[in-house]
Design a protein around this ligand. Structure first.
Ligand code: KG4
Ligand code: ZN
Length: 358
């Protein structure tokens, strides 16, 4: 059978993503972001994100269709993120997907956002291999081998998955019990007077700091915590610890060594993220680790992942950054897998589920 032509719609957070794939081939990946609109609030405002999706969906679909050089009538299926994410934002995408599928008479597939991040790794296309991006190539060459551990880290989620089968056997090993790692980056950046989103700014400033000058706490890594939360994360204590450290200096009228604070904070986050992911690989006897989500842009996270993966004989995969941040192509990719496997479509009765399990 011919490879299915699938359009994917992603609206779980602040990116309106429309992707078009033919099987594993990426044809278009159009993304509109409402990030700038959230900047003055220091974080994503759900209501603002939902409205922005409503406005961006049509032009973004048109752009993707033009980029792919297809007609909507040719689509074999539509896929959409039904969760997890912001309820209102998800609803806009789900409603749009239903309308599109209904008007075209094509099957509709509901897809899990987190599993979508893993599906991004399947995609091939011009300029995608080897992995491009600011920090050079970390290979995502060749087939994705399963099972794999997947660490997904963004402003909205921090999850560790065990993926045995992309479309049917994905297990949540752990997740953040409070803030997402990207959220922690954004909050600490704000504290240090850096712009939103803070991740890239902390990363830049930290490059001039000493990561060992200040040791900030690693959440949920004490033996007592590991028993219950071996693969879970916590970043709110770290954020508070950074805030206290900075306030103490400010109150004393001392200058805050911003670069050292940023470096120490970044080190603490990277250490826990990669430490727990590598521990999962070791514990489960799965020598494969896939990274996804916007925080994967972080230079220290990438560096530590490379080092520890090499030390432990773990094959590391990092898709290009354009496929790590939220996008519609990863949703289309999973949709294409579902079509190719002959899975029945989801119908038109499903809703958005902000806490959808994997
Ligand atoms: O995947 P993404 O674009 O989606 C959302 O969560 O919306 O991730 C954005 C998050 C933000 O919190 C941002 O601060 C963080 O990823 N981020 C970074 C870096 N680049 C983006 N965090 C740390 N270091 C970076 N270089
Ligand atoms: Zn995401």
């Amino acid at each position: 059978a011919a490879e299915p032509l699938v359009l994917g719609i992603e609206t779980s957070c602040d990116e309106t993503g429309i992707g078009i794939v033919r099987g594993r081939t990426l044809l278009a990946n159009a993304v509109a972001s409402s990030m700038d609109e959230h900047a003055r609030f220091g974080g994503v405002v759900p209501e603002v994100a939902a409205r922005a999706h409503l406005e961006a969906l049509r032009p973004t679909i048109e752009r993707a269709v033009a980029d792919a050089g297809i007609r909507l009538e040719e689509l074999d299926a539509v896929a959409v993120t039904s969760g997890p994410g912001l309820a209102g934002a998800l609803m806009v995408g789900v409603a749009a997907a239903k309308a599109l599928a209904l008007s075209l008479g094509t099957p509709l597939y509901a897809v899990n956002h987190l599993v979508g991040h893993v599906g991004a790794d399947l995609l091939q296309g011009e300029g995608l291999r080897p992995a491009s991006g600011r920090h050079g190539a970390i290979s995502t060459v060749g087939e994705l081998e399963l099972p794999t551990v997947a660490l997904l880290v963004s402003g909205g989620h921090t999850s560790l998955l065990l993926v045995r089968d992309l479309i049917g056997d994905v297990e949540l090993l752990g997740e953040t019990i409070d803030d997402a790692a990207g959220e922690a980056f954004d909050k600490v950046a704000r504290l240090l007077g850096l712009p939103y989103p803070g991740g890239p700014h902390i990363d830049r400033v930290a490059a001039d700091g000493d990561p060992d000058a200040i040791r900030f706490p690693r959440g949920l890594t004490r033996p007592a915590d590991l028993e219950r939360h071996r693969y879970d994360f916590s970043f709110s204590g770290l954020k508070t610890s950074v805030a206290r450290w900075v306030e103490k200096r400010r109150d004393a009228g001392e200058e805050v060594p911003v670069a050292d604070v940023a470096a120490g904070f970044r080190e603490a986050v990277a250490d826990v993220l990669i430490g727990k992911a590598v521990a999962a690989c070791r514990d489960l006897g799965v020598p494969r680790l896939l990274l996804g989500g916007g925080v994967v842009a972080n230079a220290r996270v990438r560096e530590l992942a490379e080092q520890r993966a090499a030390d432990e004989g773990i094959a590391l995969r990092i898709p290009p950054l354009s496929l790590c941040t939220d996008n519609g192509a990863m949703i289309a990719s999973l949709g294409a897998q579902l079509v190719a496997a002959g899975r029945p479509p989801s119908g038109l009765d499903f809703g958005a589920d902000s806490t959808l399990p994997v």
